[in-house]
Every structure is written in C-alpha cells, then in structure tokens.
Design a protein around this ligand. Structure first.
Ligand SMILES: CC(C)(COP(=O)(O)OP(=O)(O)OC[C@H]1O[C@@H](n2cnc3c(N)ncnc32)[C@H](O)[C@@H]1OP(=O)(O)O)[C@@H](O)C(=O)NCCC(=O)NCCS
Length: 354
C-alpha cells in the first residue's frame, strides 16, 4: 500500500498528514529561532499506529514519506518530541533538556503582586503572541508564532485538562486548571512570559493564588536562565533539569543547503572561523563570516545528528570533539569547532511541543 499524503487546512496551508493504513502523522511547518537566526522547520506530531497493526513497518513508511515531503518543501530542520529509542533510527538526535523550576508559594507571595486579569488565551492571544515574540527575541527555541494559525495556544499547554491565562500589564502565564487537583500537586505554570517588575509581580500574584487554593508550591515549566533564573536564586526556587538520552525534544537536519542559508546570522557572528566540515548530507565551508555548501575535502567530518546538537547549543564544540564519531582530518579544525559552537541553553517553550 502506498503512503497517502493528504494536505490539510486545519492549522496552516502547508500542514501534511501522511498515512498508510492504520498509521499516520502530521507535519506542522513553523519557524523556530536559533539565537538570531530563524529556520523553517517541520514539526512532526501525532505519530501513531493502531495497536493491532504495530511492528509491521507502517510508522517507518509514514515517517519516511514525511521526511521526503519536508525535503521537497525545503524545510531546513525537523523537530519532534520523541519516545525513547525510536526516532534515532530516523536521524533524530536529542536537542534540548526539560526544565521545571519549583517555588514555595509562601516565598513568592512576599513579592509585590501585580494586578492580574484572568481570562482565556483566545481573547488575549494577539497580546500574548506579541509579548512572547518580544520577550523571546534572540533566544533559542522559541517558535515564531502566528496568532492566526497557532493551534495549541487555544488548546492548552500540557495536553490534558483546561488551563487559564493570568495577564498582568506586561507579562502573562498559562496555568493548568485541572477539574480535580491531585493531593499535594503544585500550581502548574506551563508558560510564563515577561521581564523585570512585570515578571516579579506576576509571580507574586501566582504565589498568592496558590496559597489561596491551599497549594504549597508553584511549578514553572520554563527555562531557568535569564530573569527567571535570577528570580529563582532570589526567591529560593528549586530547578530540576532532565537530560533525555533518546526521546524528549529531538531534531534532525532535512535540507542542508537551506539550513546553511538560514543560519547566516550564526556564521556571521564568527568571522574569524575558517573551517570546512562534512556530514553525510554534504559539506559547508566557513570563511570570513560567510558559509556555502561545498563538496571539497573537509577539515573534519561528523554525522548530521551530532552537528544539529552543536548548532542548537545543546552540545558544545568540545563535546562534539569528544564524540568518537567526529573525525578530525586537519588539527586546526578542533579549535575552529570549539570557537564556532559554544554550549548554550537551548530550550523549548512548553507550547512549542506540537
Ligand atoms: C511508536 C509507534 C508509532 C511505532 O509504530 P509501528 O508502526 O509499530 O512502527 P514500525 O513497525 O514502523 O517500526 C519501525 C522500527 O521501530 C521499532 N519500534 C517500533 N516500535 C517501537 C517502540 N515503541 N520503541 C522502540 N522501537 C520501536 C521497530 O522494531 C522497527 O524497527 P525494525 O524495522 O528494525 O524492526 C507505535 O508503537 C505507536 O503508535 N505507539 C503509541 C503512540 C506513540 O507513542 N507515538 C509516538 C508519539 S511521539
């Protein structure tokens, strides 16, 4: 049976639904930030095979068809949130940790609370998208949202149960509002956005809300760097970082020349790096802040799965050099790689889990 590629209009004009019999998946094209660069990406979601039809190669076929389709669409990268030990065989590598910061509600409640409006994200969607876009400028991992097409913002951040919006003047948070709270569960924040006094005030309000509901903690599913990190240290939060081995946030390069082109701001920031590297998808020559695809003899060779981990900052140049799959063919390449790929703090906002 052939794999059927069905264009769908529900999310964006380009959404693909591929299915073969009892198996299917959806590809959601979106732009994702890599620092100053923005890449056209294909998010893979909803991979499934009916229980009675598993282990017959159906998912392999729909995933293969989706990868081909993304290449035809010139999408630079594909992303997904995996299950352990399944997506590696399709070239995906782990590219992000998962972070939860937990605060004592009583501690947060000592912050001066902002005046907070409660509502549904649908009503304030444009304002939230605007804040998200401004707040996230320059950081890795933020999906670039189009309020007209972003579906999950309406549906919820954690996939189960209802959630609500807390909107202060220049900050917002998406808060889980389950019908029944588990004993001892924290007030769970799926996404928080804001800066400085606005962020402080919103957290103060969330602390009070948790106390009023008899909850001892506020758990924020958001990166622990930047201003939230500073607040965490000030307010005595506890940060739990989970580094998945295989599964969790994963990515792979799809259209390598497109990827090289769209990463231009990253290359331009490293004008002194001279390096030719090759992957199984092709090579790139970096010189004077410019990059171009090349088939020339490389200075080093590594698999695309390892390179994507370096490009997003999940691993640094040193980590890539320590991996036995990296082959240094000309010794100065080692130093160039370390300079090119510093380890950063890649993070996916919870709603970017498509
Ligand atoms: C994961 C899932 C999509 C696999 O579907 P499938 O049609 O059985 O997969 P395939 O038969 O095409 O398997 C492809 C390969 O992956 C392996 N594989 C299948 N299921 C696997 C699993 N759960 N974990 C690890 N490897 C698995 C197979 O052995 C096969 O390898 P092989 O060709 O070397 O034998 C299916 O089990 C499912 O729907 N699970 C529940 C939903 C889910 O978890 N989806 C993932 C959301 S990210």
């Amino acid at each position: 049976m052939d794999v059927a590629i069905l264009p769908r209009q529900r999310h964006t004009d380009f959404t693909l639904h591929a299915e073969a019999g009892d198996s299917g998946l959806t590809v959601i094209p979106m732009r994702i930030r890599f620092g100053a660069a923005q890449l056209d990406c294909g998010g893979i979601a909803g991979v499934h095979t009916a229980e009675g039809a598993r282990r017959r190669g159906l998912a392999r076929r729909v995933i293969g068809a989706a990868l081909d389709w993304m290449l035809q669409q010139h999408l630079a990268i594909s992303w997904l949130f995996g299950i352990p030990d399944f997506y590696d065989q399709f070239g995906f590598a782990v590219t992000g940790p998962e972070v939860v910061t937990t605060f004592r509600a009583a501690g947060l409640a000592t912050l001066p609370a902002a005046e907070v409006q409660r509502g549904t994200p649908v009503v304030h969607r444009a304002a939230c998208v605007d804040l998200f876009t401004t707040r996230d400028r320059g950081s890795f991992g933020g999906g670039v949202r189009d309020p007209a097409t972003w579906p999950w913002f309406r549906r919820g951040t954690r996939w189960k149960g209802p959630f609500g919006l807390r909107m202060a003047e220049a900050a917002y948070a998406l808060v889980d509002e389950p019908e029944v709270r588990e004993e001892g569960a924290p007030l769970r924040v799926g996404e928080i956005c804001g800066r400085g006094a606005a962020l402080c005030g919103l957290l103060g309000a969330l602390g009070r809300e948790a106390l009023a509901a008899g909850l001892g903690e506020v758990a924020v599913h958001a990166p622990s760097g930047g201003e939230l990190g500073a607040l965490t240290r000030r307010m005595g939060g506890q940060v739990a970082t989970h580094w998945p081995h295989s599964g969790g946030p994963m990515a792979r390069i799809i259209d390598w020349p497109r990827c090289i082109e769209q990463l231009a701001p990253l290359w331009a920031a490293q004008p002194e790096v001279r390096l030719t590297l090759a992957t199984e998808l092709g090579g790139v020559r970096l010189d004077g802040g410019r990059a171009e695809p090349t088939a020339a003899d490389p200075d080093l060779r590594l698999p695309q799965g390892l390179l994507i981990q370096g490009l997003v900052g999940y691993l640094g140049g040193e980590d890539l050099l320590a991996d036995p799959r990296t082959q240094i063919l000309r010794p100065p390449a080692a130093e160039a790689l370390i300079r090119l790929l510093p380890r950063r703090h890649p993070y996916y906002w919870e709603p970017d889990k498509f």
